[in-house]
Write a protein that binds this ligand. Structure first.
Ligand SMILES: Cc1ncc(COP(=O)(O)O)c(C=O)c1O
Length: 383
């Protein structure tokens, strides 16, 4: 049987690195994980306990397609708590991770062949999901002076049907401030194109708080997830906020594509939202890890880095060390026992000369990883 041409997408390289790290561990090696963007912590304790209790007397059947009504209402309340926004719960759609939200959003907003802009470096799966849906990802090479985020002027002449941004971004950790967000939303509105804001790293911020696109306009799609701040990657539950008149369109797609997000995960998500103390405890770990990385990476020779505003990554320019980030990451895994992500995942052009370090795991792992990197780079003669 033949496969479709649209199904031929690039691998998510970090998942390949994870697999190589797993194979090394199976062979008896101890690996420090600085590749994958997931918290080392589990879902909050009280949330897991709430699920255990619910499993005693609930069948965990399908929920309605848009998600448990209590969860949708609680998410709406989060917008009041975080941004002071009064949000109608009817506009909240619970999804199988933000990854499920991208499929729903792209399918709802765009016809086959549509051109969707995204900043490079950026989260790799946007491109691959767009391609698999017969849409055209249009990479926008961002500049250091714009903090690796697209700006309104970048959209000129691209003839886009939509734009997706992430703030804080993966891999750079940079945020769009209110003015920058306003500029992009305004430019999209002027050109009559759809604006999608990936806000998955909201809550994980080190200075000023992240601005939601919903603070600026209701005519946008906002996508978020329980994976990062709520420390629930493997539970696969996220959400999106859409204009009210899009809800029924999305409901019909969600019914047919997913039936519903995992019932059990929705229960954990609902209770995780009441676990602020534990989640702030995770934030204290990321804050300390970030400090250690900003201090330690330059000592290893990775000195072309910028302090991230949010998320838990540091994106390093290593172009003076290598022009093959994939081979370099493989060498670091093999020689130092530290898994890192080659920049090629995020930027097909300049990513040959960049690496992403994730600092989402336990602080002792960060300390050990930095020591290994320093020893490796010292021996290599480039540290
Ligand atoms: C920017 C960004 N968006 C979305 C995702 C996908 O997250 P999930 O499907 O777990 O919600 C990730 C995962 O790393 C990410 O970095």
């Amino acid at each position: 049987m033949k496969t479709s041409s649209r199904s031929v997408v690039d691998p998510f390289i970090v998942m390949d690195v994870m697999e190589a790290a797993r194979a090394a561990e199976e062979a008896g090696r101890h690996i420090i994980h600085m590749e994958v963007g997931q918290p080392g912590s589990p879902a909050p304790k009280a949330a897991r306990a709430a699920l255990s209790a619910a499993m005693q007397d609930q069948a965990m059947g399908y929920t309605v397609a848009l998600g448990l009504p209590q969860l949708r209402a609680r998410i709406a309340r989060l917008y009041k708590e975080w941004y002071g926004i009064t949000l109608d719960p009817a506009r909240v759609i619970v999804t199988p991770g933000s990854s499920g939200a991208f499929i729903l959003a792209f399918t709802t907003l765009f016809d086959a062949g549509a051109r969707v802009g995204l900043g490079e470096p950026g989260y790799p799966s946007y491109k691959q999901i767009l391609s698999a849906l017969d849409l055209q990802p249009i990479g926008i090479q961002t500049s250091a002076q714009n903090r690796l985020q697209p700006v309104a002027a970048d959209l000129a002449g691209l003839d886009l049907d939509g734009l997706i941004v992430a703030s804080p971004a993966n891999p750079s950790g940079t945020m769009l401030d209110r003015g920058a967000m306003q500029g992009l939303i305004g430019a999209c509105a002027d050109q009559g194109i759809s604006f999608i804001s990936d806000e998955i790293y909201h809550g994980i911020q080190y200075g000023s708080r992240a601005v939601s696109a919903l603070e600026i306009s209701d005519d946008v799609y906002v996508i978020n997830s329980f994976s990062k701040y709520f420390s629930m990657t493997g539970w696969r539950v996220g959400w999106m906020i859409v204009p009210k008149d899009h809800v029924r369109v999305i409901e019909r797609l969600a019914q047919n594509m997913f039936i519903c997000p995992s019932h059990a995960s929705q229960i954990v998500a609902l209770h995780a939202m009441e676990c602020g103390d534990e989640l702030q405890g995770n934030m204290a770990i990321y804050t300390e890890n970030r400090r250690l990385m900003l201090e330690g990476l330059p000592k290893c020779g990775f000195d072309k880095i910028a302090p991230p505003d949010g998320a838990f990554y540091i994106y390093a320019d290593v172009s003076d060390i290598t022009d093959d980030s994939r081979a370099f990451a493989a060498e670091i895994l093999d020689q130092a026992g530290v898994a890192v992500t080659p920049g090629l995942d995020f930027d097909h052009v300049r990513g040959v000369g960049t690496l992403r370090f994730s600092y989402a795991r336990a602080t002792e792992d960060i300390v050990e990883g930095l020591a290994r990197l320093q020893a490796f780079m010292g021996k290599r003669g480039t540290g």
